[in-house]
Structures are given as structure tokens and as C-alpha cells.
Design a protein around this ligand. Structure first.
Ligand code: ADP
Ligand code: ZN
Length: 629
């Protein structure tokens, strides 16, 4: 790996010349003090004069310098201070009489001491500054001195030599890999795209939790396409000097343009791309904002056909400034999710390529034991297992090594609050199965596409994904009610099985309440309140407790709340009733979920059919298979 900062100034190159310069000056100044300059009293000078020993006298400023004949051919030089206020014409006469050569020189102030007096403190301050700066820069993970500050810290890897990462190194995130293949094709054959004038994505945003392989994937794209890979982190941009981040961005794009086609990878883009405004009032955000603006203008400025593709990664897409994800910028998003059990197996296999496994090792078992772990965790598991074997001088890694490695890493994750215990997993499974089963049991809910207990986005433990069959503009009251029932299904299942709900349903409740509120206040779907629109509006006549305007009275407000409550309660009872009636199906879905973690629509239906066949036809369900027919 070579570092891509040819222009970065290395301070070490300054240290030697600086020392030399200081030394030279010192020699110059002190060297002028000729040690043979003997300072003598004026009387001694006169005595020498009287004894005719003086050869030559120099009257310089306030001193007299005389060359004195010493023993033999030797010469001595003496100095003496001139006497203030004495008429020297006598001295001059005497010198003339004795035929002694004499010269007068006005005291030229020596330039060097002056320079020194000015230069030394300056050099000291400068040196100190350099020294401190280096330490600070190091602490913020930065580059060299102040001259290097504006230069981008992007590391450049020459893909053909240094990064040999390919898609075969990336496991368990096949969907994400699939979506990146187009980018590879474009980087390999830009001419084809150019000729067609096709619009190429400039920016791809990889969204997913840490350690899922976003960086790896970006590197693999560079590796597959054989193009250079510039990488840096969003946090690198935010420096202590305003304007530096922006300069870095400019420099990065300059470097990249010279190397195109290439990939620019920006990790943790939320570091610069956070939504503007909001906390800006607290100050200190100018820098980030400038950096962001520079990034936006660079992205707008370059033509995608030049062959630069910017890949950015974040695990917090929701905080990104909307301007970043607008068309022509990071308009393509690729989700990089936590791997399912198959994905984990594949990841383990990729990392196990480098180690020698005992015959008895079954990576399937390891994969099944590691739900919630991401690629980085699994890489660690393999490495820990190999280390354990090495510590004991064994030539192969055993299943036991893996077991222990999983335990150790799981413990670490639990400390970070990232891993789910078996208990929690079961609860999440019931919760998600509850959503799914209610969705399958009511008439007008969107069909269930997939259920999973693998933690997805941050905050959500599992997910039940429903796909709307068509885009809808008009929603019937019964449809909205069905939706609310589905939203409440997760919580209802928890209540049914455990007799108690968990905090995991808060988002469901929020959405259900919001839907119910709209039904009551916007859509006129409440008998009691009639076809009125309630809510904030211009010319509102009341202020609520929060000081917000509303157009209804406190009394009506209470009635609205009661109505919303009623809508929710009704659907809650309904969900609970459905799940109670179909408990056998619920349990079957849960068992299967715990085993496979993710179930698709077909599997779900197969489970329902299986249970109902074994129960006979007396169940009288209202599910998908006993529909209106
Ligand atoms: P992210 O950028 O999403 O935080 P990284 O790409 O930095 O994650 O992953 C760190 C390391 O973990 C990788 O270098 C690789 O060794 C391992 N890793 C992560 N995800 C995967 C994956 N999908 N397949 C194989 N290895 C992975
Ligand atoms: Zn839920």
C-alpha cells in the first residue's frame, strides 16, 4: 500500500536545515569575538602608545582598536573604550607624529545580532508550534504539519497491485453484491456507456450496520474493476480549522480525477453529511457544513462519464442531509444487511479458507449459533478459533475451538448490547409471527413478503415486511382498521404468550396511533365526531397545552382522544382474538422462525397449510386459505 500524499510536507526535512542555520548564525556571532582582543584600560593604551608599540589604530565608534607589537614578530590586538567628552585631536596629532597608521570607522551596527534577536524567538515559537501541531494532528488521526492540512487524507490503493479483494471475498450479502455489479461493469467499460450517453450513478450509498462488509464491498468493486480505490472517513474531514475539510474534499476530487476511472469511498458519511440546521445553533457546525457544501458542489461539478464513482457508507441514513441523496448525488442506495444463517455460513467459509480445519468441524452449527453477528464478528470468530489452536500447538482447528470463540465473542457483543439471548430471540419471533399471522388473517392487509428475527435497522429487532399490492391513493376505513390490527399483532402475540408486553412494540404503537388519529381527525371515519377535519389550521381558535394552534375546543379534544382510543382498542382485541384462535399456526411459525430466522411468503403459507391440514377442517379460520370462498 502506498500513501497517496506526494505533496504532503514531511517536517523531518525541515529539522536539519533549521539546526544548521541556527548553528551557522551562532558561529558567526560568537566567532566575531576574537579571543585575542584584549580589552585594556585607556591608560594602558596610552602607555603602549608612549612606548611606540602601536602599529595601527582603528577608531571605531566608541572603541579604539590597536595592533600592538609584541615580543618578536608577534602582534597583539587591544581594545579600549574611548573616553567620553575628551577632545581626540591631541591623540590624532600624536598618532600622526609617530607615523602610526590610523583609520576611523563609524560603528556599523552589525546586522547579524539584530537578525538573531529577531530570528531566535521566532524560530523557537515556530518550532514549538510544529511540535505541538504534530502531536495534535496525530491525536485527531491526522496528517503532517500545517502545510499538509488541506491535502486529502484519502489513501490510494492501486487496485491492480494492492487490493486483490474481489466479490469472492464478500459473503452473505449477495443481494448487495448483485447491485454493485453494474458499477463494476461501468468502470470496466466506460466507453460503452459514454457512447450511449447513458446516465451512470455518480454516487452509491451503502446502508447497513457496522461490520457488515460495506468497506469490503466497495474495495471488491475496485478490485473487480481493476481501478484505484481512494478511501477516507467522514470523520477525517472534520478538522480543527475551518475550511480545511472543504480543501480536503477539493484535493480528493483533484487526485481522483487524475486517476479516473476510480472509486472514492467515504466511510461514515454521516460525519459530514448530517442534516443541516437543527443543532447548528450551538455553533461549531460551520466547518462540517462547508465540507458538505464542497462535497455537493464537487459531485454536481463532475460528469459521471469521467469514470469516478463515489461509494459512501453509513449506518444512519436517517440523519443524512436530504441534499446528499438527491438525484445526481447519492441517488442509489444499497442495503447491506446482517447476514441470515446461510450468509453467515458463507462468511465463515470465506474466512476459514486460510486456516486448516479438523474433519469434524461443522460450520453449519457455528452459523446457527451466531444470529445477529455480522461479517466482522464472524471473521473474529474464525480468527479466535485459529488462535486457540495455535496456542495449544495444534495443527488443526477443532469444533471446540469454534464453540469457545463464539462464546467469547458473543459475550463481547452482549456487553455492547448487540447480541440477543435465546429468550429475547423467542420473544422477537412471537412478536414478528404475530404481525405476520394477523396480516395473513385479515382481508385487506398487504400480503406478507418476508418475516425475519435478524435484527435489521438500528432499533428494530425483527421485521415483518409487507408489500403493497398496488399503489394506493384511497384507503377504505376497513383497510385502515386492518392495518392497525396488523401493527398491533406483534404486541398482541407477546401478550398472549407471555402475559406481558415488552418495550419492543413502541414503534408499532406509534404508527397505529398515528393511523387511528388520522382516521378520526382527517378522514372523518369516526361516527361520533362526524365528517369534520380537526387539527391545526390557519385561523385556529385554540392553543393546546404545547402552545400549538388547533381549531377545536378542549372538550372536542377529549372526544378525539376517546375515539382514537376506541379505534385502537377494537383492533387490539381483534388481533388478540385472531392469534388466540390460530395459536397452533402462531407456534408453528415461531418454531420455524427460530430455526431459519427468515421466512418468505411461500414458506409462511406452507406452514399455515400444514397446520390446518393436521388440525382438520374444524378450525374455521378466516385466514388466507379459508377466504370468502
Ligand atoms: P463495514 O464497512 O460495513 O463496517 P468492513 O467492510 O469494514 O465493515 O468489515 C470489516 C471486516 O470484516 C472485513 O475486512 C472482513 O474481514 C470482515 N467482513 C465483514 N463483512 C464481511 C462479508 N460480508 N464477507 C466476508 N467478510 C466480511
Ligand atoms: Zn412490531
Amino acid at each position: 500500500m502506498k500513501t497517496a500524499n506526494p505533496r504532503k510536507i514531511d517536517l523531518r526535512r525541515f529539522v536539519l536545515p533549521a539546526l544548521l542555520l541556527i548553528g551557522l548564525i551562532a558561529v558567526n556571532v560568537y566567532g566575531r569575538r576574537d579571543p585575542s582582543h584584549e580589552e585594556v584600560p585607556y591608560s594602558a593604551f596610552l602607555a603602549e602608545l608612549e612606548q611606540d608599540k602601536l602599529q595601527r589604530v582603528e577608531i571605531r565608534g566608541r572603541v579604539l582598536i590597536a595592533d600592538v607589537k609584541a615580543a618578536g614578530d608577534e602582534m597583539r590586538r587591544i581594545t579600549t573604550k574611548r573616553l567620553p567628552g575628551i577632545d581626540e585631536s591631541k591623540l590624532v596629532e600624536k598618532l600622526t607624529d609617530k607615523g602610526i597608521e590610523f583609520v576611523g570607522k563609524a560603528e556599523e551596527p552589525s546586522v547579524l545580532p539584530v537578525i538573531m534577536g529577531w530570528l531566535v524567538p521566532f524560530a523557537l515559537i515556530f518550532g514549538l508550534y510544529f511540535f505541538l501541531f504534530r502531536r495534535i494532528a496525530k491525536n485527531v488521526g491526522g496528517s503532517g504539519g500545517p502545510f499538509g492540512v488541506g491535502k486529502s487524507k484519502a489513501k490510494r490503493f492501486d487496485a491492480t497491485q494492492d487490493t486483490k479483494v474481489t466479490f469472492s471475498d464478500v459473503a452473505g450479502i449477495d443481494e448487495s453484491v448483485g447491485e454493485m455489479k453494474e458499477v463494476v461493469d461501468f468502470l470496466k467499460n466506460p466507453e460503452r456507456y459514454k457512447a450511449l450517453g447513458a446516465k451512470i450513478p455518480k454516487g452509491v450509498l451503502l446502508v447497513g450496520p457496522p461490520g457488515t462488509g460495506k468497506t469490503l464491498l466497495a474495495k471488491a468493486v475496485a478490485g473487480e474493476a481493476g481501478v484505484p480505490f481512494f478511501s477516507l472517513s467522514g470523520s477525517d474531514f472534520v478538522e480543527m480549522f475551518v475550511g480545511v475539510g472543504a480543501a480536503r474534499v477539493r484535493d480528493l476530487f483533484e487526485q481522483a480525477a487524475a486517476q479516473s476511472p476510480c472509486i472514492i469511498f467515504i466511510d461514515e458519511i454521516d460525519g459530514i453529511g448530517k442534516s443541516r440546521g437543527g443543532a447548528a445553533a450551538f455553533g461549531g457546525h460551520d466547518e462540517r457544513e462547508q465540507t458538505l457544501n464542497q462535497l455537493l458542489s464537487e459531485m454536481d461539478g463532475f460528469d459521471a462519464r469521467t469514470g469516478i464513482v463515489i461509494i459512501a457508507a453509513t449506518n444512519r441514513p436517517e440523519v443524512l442531509d436530504p441534499a446528499l441523496v438527491r438525484a445526481g448525488r447519492f441517488d442509489r442506495q444499497v442495503v447491506v444487511d446482517r447476514p441470515s444463517v446461510d450468509g453467515r455460513l458463507a462468511t465463515l467459509q470465506v474466512h476459514a479458507r486460510q486456516i486448516r480445519l479438523a474433519e469434524t468441524v461443522d460450520l453449519h452449527v457455528v452459523a446457527r449459533r451466531t444470529p445477529g453477528m455480522v461479517g466482522a464478528d464472524l471473521a473474529k470468530v474464525v480468527n479466535e478459533a485459529a488462535l486457540a489452536a495455535a496456542r495449544q500447538y495444534r495443527s488443526e482447528v477443532t469444533q471446540h475451538d469454534f464453540e469457545e470463540a463464539v462464546d467469547r465473542i458473543q459475550l463481547g457483543l452482549e456487553k455492547q448490547g448487540r447480541a440477543m439471548s435465546e429468550e429475547e430471540k423467542r420473544r422477537v419471533a412471537f412478536h414478528e409471527a404475530g404481525h405476520a399471522l394477523v396480516a395473513m388473517s385479515v382481508d385487506k392487509a398487504d400480503p406478507v413478503h418476508r418475516v425475519t428475527i435478524i435484527p435489521r435497522s438500528i432499533g428494530a429487532l425483527g421485521a415483518t415486511l409487507q408489500l403493497p399490492t398496488e399503489d394506493r391513493y384511497l384507503l377504505l376505513k376497513s383497510e385502515l382498521e386492518d392495518r392497525i390490527a396488523v401493527m398491533l399483532g406483534g404486541r398482541a402475540a407477546e401478550r398472549l404468550v407471555y402475559g406481558e408486553v415488552s418495550s419492543g412494540a413502541s414503534n408499532d404503537l406509534e404508527r397505529a396511533t398515528e393511523t387511528a388519529r388520522q382516521m378520526v381527525t382527517k378522514f372523518g371515519m369516526s361516527e361520533a365526531l362526524g365528517a369534520l377535519s380537526y387539527g391545526r389550521s390557519r385561523g385556529a381558535r385554540y392553543l393546546d397545552a404545547m402552545g400549538e394552534e388547533r381549531n377545536y375546543s378542549e372538550e372536542t379534544g377529549r372526544r378525539i382522544d376517546r375515539e382514537i382510543h376506541q379505534v385502537i382498542d377494537l383492533q387490539d382485541v381483534r388481533a388478540l382474538e385472531i392469534l388466540t384462535r390460530r395459536r397452533a399456526v402462531l407456534d408453528a411459525i415461531v418454531e420455524r422462525l427460530l430455526e431459519e430466522e427468515t421466512l418468505n411468503a411461500e414458506t409462511l403459507q406452507a406452514i399455515v397449510v400444514g397446520v390446518e391440514m393436521s388440525e382438520g377442517s374444524n378450525s374455521g379460520t378466516t385466514g388466507v386459505f379459508s377466504a370468502e370462498a
